[in-house]
Design a protein. Structure first.
Length: 429
């Protein structure tokens, strides 16, 4: 079969790498792809993966390409095309596509929608208020003693979340989002949540509209600097599994979160087929949802797909066709660690076009894979082309040794201004 993958980041490279292993595949395109995806080959035929210069949000051109090439399945990686309604558009034109439709994408594209849904269907979450008025927002912060999380309502590349520990910080956060428009139109409304204490983990579940199949746990590292300091980012690294939940506790958390979620979707007429990714805080009062995402996490995808033993094509097909109840997800017991190497200045402004060396040496290490995110090919060289540049990922039986292996691979890669955290997975120890 032929598959089109939409997106250009580390998550999409991991999807391409895993899909390419399937014996079912005869041809694959990526739009727009990156330097790493362009170097992948299909396991069955040895055919190269072809990158197509069409942006992930250019829906008319993507549709025209799909109607010309007739992929049996299109796989959508990023949140923006989903929020723009790419699934609805492709389906209306008779094309099979994996990802949530526009109605289901609201769980990520609107924090206000998501918060109200959780409250209505009894999904455990933080006490919160939603506001489009600056004065009312600041007044609500006072009721939380200034200890709160201020979130832009819309999509903001994972950065529209500001943590506050005082009223002054909370008021600054409200002004930054609603007055200064730091995240553009995404900040016309805000959700303000109580500051939850505990350990944060990522939960993933593959859904087919009726059934949700839970993944093992992983833990993302959102802050830019070691020790969870610095600005929020799209994610500086992750590992899986985490030691914070037993299998029984994970199943219990899934029951409290996924069961009412799927019930609520059915009641609201939302056909959720795709990937549900709730961020979870493990509090003293039990697991609580911080927010919902409606696609694979990045860099969680890199650690999940290195651990997944199933044929990913078969799983996504089952998600689209509503036959997921017949599938059993199989995971290697090994641990996986992904360290993100980012451009100097990220998550603020950063330069592009810096030459990257050492990727081949890192990739040659045992059980190591370098997933490209913000990269491009220029004059035959791989150069930086984004904030998060590479996701250096290692797999093995012992988490501590895997952590060391990931950093040994990182140390082989150089580009001017490279920055990364040195404490990915440290919380597990």
């Amino acid at each position: 079969m032929k598959i089109l993958v939409i997106g250009s980041g580390g998550r999409e490279h991991a999807l391409v790498w895993k899909l390419a292993k399937s014996p079912l595949l005869a041809q694959m395109w990526c739009a727009p792809g990156n330097a790493g995806m362009a170097q992948e080959h299909l396991a069955e035929s040895g055919e190269p993966v072809e990158c197509v210069n069409i942006g992930a949000e250019d829906l008319p051109k993507l549709l025209a390409f799909a109607l010309e090439k007739h992929p049996e399945l299109t796989v959508v990686g990023p949140d923006n095309p989903l929020a723009l309604g790419i699934v609805d558009l492709f389906q209306a034109n008779g094309l099979r596509i994996w990802g949530v439709n526009q109605k289901a994408a609201q769980f990520e594209s609107s924090k206000v929608f998501s918060q109200k849904f959780m409250e209505k269907y009894g999904i455990p979450t933080a006490a919160a208020g939603t506001f489009d008025d600056v004065a009312a927002a600041k007044k609500f912060c006072v009721t939380l003693g200034g200890r709160c999380v201020v979130k832009a309502d819309g999509l903001a590349l994972g950065k529209g979340v500001l943590m506050c520990t005082s009223q002054a910080e909370a008021e600054r956060a409200v002004d930054e989002i609603m007055v200064s428009k730091a995240f553009g139109a995404a900040g016309s409304r805000v959700v303000i949540q109580e500051f939850l204490e505990g350990v944060e983990v990522s939960m993933h579940a593959l859904c087919d509209g009726r059934v949700a199949k839970i993944f093992p746990t992983s833990q993302d590292h959102k802050r830019a600097l070691d020790g969870d300091r610095g600005l929020n980012t799209g994610g500086m690294g992750t590992y899986s599994p985490t030691p914070f939940l037993t299998d029984a506790q994970l199943a219990e958390a899934a029951k409290k979160i996924l069961d009412p979620f799927m019930h609520g979707c059915a009641a609201e007429g939302i056909d959720f087929r795709g990937l549900l990714y709730p961020g979870i805080m493990l509090t003293k009062a039990g697991p609580k949802v911080l927010e919902f995402n409606a696609r694979f996490g990045d860099p969680e995808t890199q650690v999940y797909l290195t651990r997944l033993e199933n044929d990913l094509v078969e799983l996504l097909e089952a998600s689209v066709s509503g036959t997921l109840s017949q599938m059993e997800l199989v995971w290697t017991p090994s641990a996986s660690v992904c360290v993100v190497m980012a451009s100097g200045g990220y998550p603020g402004s950063y330069p592009k076009g810096k030459v990257i060396t050492g990727i081949e040496a890192a990739d040659a290490l045992p059980d190591t894979k370098v997933f490209h995110a913000g990269t491009a090919l220029k004059d035959g060289q791989t150069v930086t082309n984004g904030g998060r540049v590479l996701g250096v990922t290692a797999l093995g039986k012992n988490l501590k040794k895997v952590q060391m292996a990931a950093y040994a691979a990182v140390d082989k890669i150089q580009f001017e201004g490279a920055q990364f955290r040195r404490d990915i997975a440290a919380k597990a120890f």
